[in-house]
Design a protein around this ligand. Structure first.
Ligand code: FMN
Length: 212
């Protein structure tokens, strides 16, 4: 007898042609790169962390009630810091700050202290500050949604400012153009590795949440 109780994976993975068409849509826009920093607590000397993210966006149009959303992978050290403090800061970077991309976007804070050697300077909410960004926003988490691979944080913005209004923010597309060959290869390797981790996490999440 066939097992009629076995459910097919849902939604079904896309065909290669459809996946390529979807990816072509993503290539039509070029998101800015953000540096996201967070600490275990606001206390000076507490553990710090940070990563590079494109999944960061304005989430409210109300002038005196600004909000942001940020999607941070649940296997990142930065995720652990945000979970602990429920706060994070986001920074826009100039093209000249590629060193910050390599410092925060390649390794994990689970293995190395990415802020080693940098003074322990904090935002009013206790998030790590670093030299080099052109703008910053200080965020406190209001809500979070797990998507399996990420936590999508909705955060109120408590403060921030423009530090350099003469420079355009670094984007993901410009990073690809500016990256030397060895860094480009490393970015590609990490993107493929994280894609595999995220696919497993999304599959497990979908198995546990029937979204039909
Ligand atoms: C261009 C670029 C965009 C990225 N976007 C995101 C993102 O939106 N969300 C995320 O969780 N990680 C993103 N990453 C990956 C993290 O920055 C990277 O894995 C980092 O090393 C994680 O560090 P952590 O474990 O110390 O937090 C991006 C990396 C790069 C280079």
């Amino acid at each position: 007898m066939p097992d009629n109780t076995a459910k097919p994976e849902h939604p079904q993975p896309l065909s290669e042609a459809t996946a390529a068409a979807v990816n072509a849509v993503y290539q039509l826009y070029d998101p800015p790169l953000w540096l996201v920093t967070a600490a275990e607590s606001p206390a000076p000397g507490s553990r710090r962390g940070g990563c590079i993210a494109t999944f960061v966006a304005r989430a409210a149009i109300v002038r005196d009630m600004p909000r942001m959303v940020a999607g941070i992978a649940r296997h990142h050290h930065t995720w652990r810091m945000i979970e602990a403090s429920r706060c994070f800061a986001v920074y826009l970077l100039p093209e000249s700050a590629l060193d910050l991309v390599w410092r925060f976007g390649l390794d994990t804070g689970k293995d190395v202290d990415k802020l080693a050697g940098l003074p322990d300077v904090r935002t009013p909410l206790g998030n790590p500050r670093v030299d080099g960004p052109i703008a910053w926003l200080d965020c406190r988490v209001e809500n979070a949604m797990s998507t399996g691979d990420r936590s999508i944080y909705l955060a109120e913005v408590n403060g921030g400012g423009v530090l350099d209004d003469t420079t355009a923010p670094l984007t993901a597309g410009r990073l690809t153009e500016l990256a030397p060959a060895d860094k480009r290869a490393e970015l590609d390797r990490l993107y493929a590795r994280d894609g595999g981790i995220d696919a497993d996490a999304i599959r497990a999440w979908r198995a546990a949440h029937d979204t039909r």
